[in-house]
Design a protein around this ligand. Structure first.
Ligand SMILES: *Cc1c(COP(=O)(O)O)cnc(C)c1O
Length: 306
């Protein structure tokens, strides 16, 4: 389906194809693995970010807001996706960034190129990020400003992620996706009316916060099963080594699918470990959601073959 707003074409959802992995990648371990290529939707408003933003920005436009404000760190896919999408929707945008301006990154530069006004705040001030009034007050004129929380983690974000169910056919036994805030998982799990197991790969050592966040919307049970798998290989969020980039290069050579360093690379790495440890049954069929994020690979471009 083509998503239009007024007379604007925003995103063509038909670009999100489902691509099977090469057979040798899973043969003898499971019956099949497909990848939902949300990364193909758009180079910047890619992946799950579009789903979390679309109802938020649509609401802002319909209700006469002129400006959106959101928050993130220097490498945030959410921040740059919001900057780009807001521009397309004809809204101005403000990004509240954790840290000071000396931390200017390619991602933040791109935000500026899309017209986003950046405001840097200290780590200490940033702990107020869930205080809507505080965030809006940073933008000056408050009455026409719409607040999108960090990571698009609100009800409209979850509802947008719930729309991903249209890609999930009932023959899959497992849906695998990468987890940051847990918004995408919570939204999808909530709307998925089947007992398909949802596996959330968390690119961090711990996932207590995400467990709590997701549980507050969907309690894990037999009707709506989900679980989180934290990463114990790479030492924390944003941390990586050559084992990961080598894996990503191999994966690309074998499947012609580029992965991102922060989320989907680690998800596939962990999924591969689980396959090698025979954690699945040979009848299982897995749908992996490629949630995009490829813009973040610029920092390791020289180590990647794609
Ligand atoms: C933001 C992001 C995620 C995490 O999404 P949540 O809804 O916050 O859990 C996963 N993958 C990629 C590529 C992302 O950019």
């Amino acid at each position: 389906m083509k998503i239009t707003y007024g007379n604007m074409d925003i995103i063509d959802e038909r670009l999100a194809v489902i691509q099977p992995l090469s057979k040798f990648w899973y043969e003898g371990k499971v019956a099949g693995i497909d990848v939902l290529r949300l990364d193909l939707l758009h180079p910047v408003i890619s992946g799950n970010k579009w789903y979390k933003l679309r109802l938020n920005l649509g609401y802002a436009l319909d209700n006469g807001f002129k400006k959106v404000v959101t928050l993130g760190g220097g490498y945030s896919n959410h921040l740059v996706a919001t900057a780009c999408a807001a521009k397309r929707f004809g809204l101005t945008s403000v990004g509240i960034v954790r840290g000071d301006e000396s931390l200017m990154t390619p991602t933040l530069q791109q935000c500026r190129d899309f017209g986003m006004e950046l405001k840097f705040v200290s780590r200490e001030d940033y702990t107020n990020r869930h205080d809507t009034q505080w965030v809006i007050s940073l933008t000056g004129n408050s009455s026409d400003t719409y607040y999108v929380p960090e990571g698009g983690a609100n009800e409209r974000g979850r509802a947008g992620a719930g729309l991903l169910t249209r890609f999930v056919n009932p023959t899959y036994t497992h849906i695998a996706l990468a987890v940051g805030t847990g918004t995408t998982l919570a939204g999808l799990r909530g709307k998925l009316a089947t007992d398909q197991q949802v596996l959330g790969y968390v690119p961090m050592k711990k996932c207590v916060e995400q467990e709590q966040y997701i549980s507050s919307f969907v309690a894990p049970d037999k009707q709506k099963p989900w679980r989180l798998i934290p990463d114990s290989n790479f030492g924390g969020f944003g941390k990586w080594n050559n084992k990961l980039t080598d894996f990503m290069n191999d994966f690309h050579r074998e499947n012609s699918i580029p992965l991102d360093l922060i989320y989907t690379g680690k998800m596939m790495y962990l999924l591969n470990q689980a396959l090698q440890n025979n954690e699945f049954s040979t009848c299982d069929r897995i749908l992996c959601i490629h949630s995009g994020g490829l813009q973040g690979n610029t920092t390791v471009k020289q180590l990647l073959t794609y």
